[in-house]
Design a protein around this ligand. Structure first.
Ligand SMILES: *[C@@H]1O[C@H](CO)[C@@H](O)[C@H](O)[C@H]1NC(C)=O
Length: 322
């Protein structure tokens, strides 16, 4: 019954991508159990966040649970922030588009992200930087690559006729992340890549050159494929399949790599659980027909587990998937 934060989390703050990534599961739990308490708890988190003053409309990654104030002004669409934005969008979609508060918070947040974090490199690659107290760090994490799929998934009913704009933004992020893969030796991307010091979409620091079988890039290919059917997404996904087979496959399964720029093996000897839950699942879906888990009926949670769209306003909807 006691909550406690790790001291490294900005002086005992809670993390946006943790308290902001409960919504889908708790709403579903209330739906299954008939007990509204789970939904009430996560709606309260939402209310607190909605009422807080946000610097330039952005959500910092850290919030102090005792004071109710933001911690450090560090904003990221990658680690520590990512799935909060994902869950605003997916809460709206999972509610059969009845959760209009989630929709508004999502599009307001995306607009602030576009204004303050999204930049174009001199050679025309769109990327999402990190924001630290008003200064930009021109680095994009592999984790951040999920956002291409997110922008595209949210494009359909974007306010102010921005549907094509968000599809285009998703496509540009997908392209940038593909570049980060293509510019390595193994054709799998690094943990983070930079747009400064004369480089574009390349990791410059040794501790950012690893690939641990992460899914976010193929996740974005999956949404882009389903939403546009541009064959390049299948092509890029197949490049990833071949790279996984050529460079990560080992006797016991698949291994992460310590350095994607090296010409020799650099296995880390770990198969992360998200490799099966997400990476392989998204790849499978890219090469399946659209009626396998159609996006209108299924929401992928942040670990690619499936939740059905809830249809609160319809008497009964027969969702009879394969
Ligand atoms: C990928 O890299 C190869 C060289 O390794 C290059 O020939 C090709 O044009 C690149 N593809 C894209 C789409 O950038």
């Amino acid at each position: 019954g006691i909550g406690r934060n790790w001291p490294w989390a900005s002086g005992g703050s809670s993390i946006l991508a943790e308290f902001g990534t409960l919504h889908l599961e708790f709403i579903h739990l209330s739906h299954l159990s008939g007990n509204p308490i789970f939904a009430e708890k996560v709606m309260n988190i939402r209310t607190v966040l909605n009422n807080l003053e946000k610097p330039q409309g952005l959500y910092p990654n850290y919030l102090n649970p005792s004071s109710g104030q933001w911690g450090q002004y560090h904003v990221s669409v990658g680690g520590l922030g990512d799935s909060f934005y994902e869950y605003l969008l997916k809460a709206w979609l999972m509610s059969d588009k009845t959760d209009l508060e989630a929709k508004k918070m999502y599009f307001d947040a995306v607009q602030a992200i576009e204004t303050h974090l999204i930049r174009k490199s001199s050679r025309g690659l769109t990327y999402i930087a990190e924001w630290k107290g008003g200064l930009l760090e021109h680095k994009m994490g592999h984790l951040t690559c999920f956002a291409g799929g997110m922008f595209a998934l949210g494009a359909d009913e974007a306010p102010a006729d921005l549907t094509q704009h968000y599809l285009q933004l998703g496509a540009e992020i997908a392209r940038t992340c593909h570049e980060s893969y293509n510019r390595t030796f193994v054709k799998l991307g690094p943990e983070a890549f930079r747009f400064d010091g004369g480089v574009e979409a390349i990791a410059t620091r040794q501790n950012e050159k690893y690939y641990i079988l992460r899914p976010e890039v193929v996740e974005t290919y999956m949404y882009m494929w389903r939403l546009t059917h541009d064959p390049k997404y299948r092509k890029w996904a197949w490049e990833a399949v071949e790279a996984l087979e050529n460079h990560c496959r080992v006797n016991g399964g698949y291994s992460g790599l310590r350095d994607v720029y090296l010409k020799h093996d650099s296995y880390d000897d770990v198969q992360q659980s998200f490799f099966l839950a997400e990476t392989i699942k998204y790849l499978y879906l890219i090469f399946s027909d659209d009626d396998l888990l159609p996006l209108e009926h299924w929401i992928f949670n942040t670990e690619a587990h499936l939740l059905p769209v809830l249809y609160p306003n319809k008497k009964e909807v027969e969702v009879n998937e394969k």
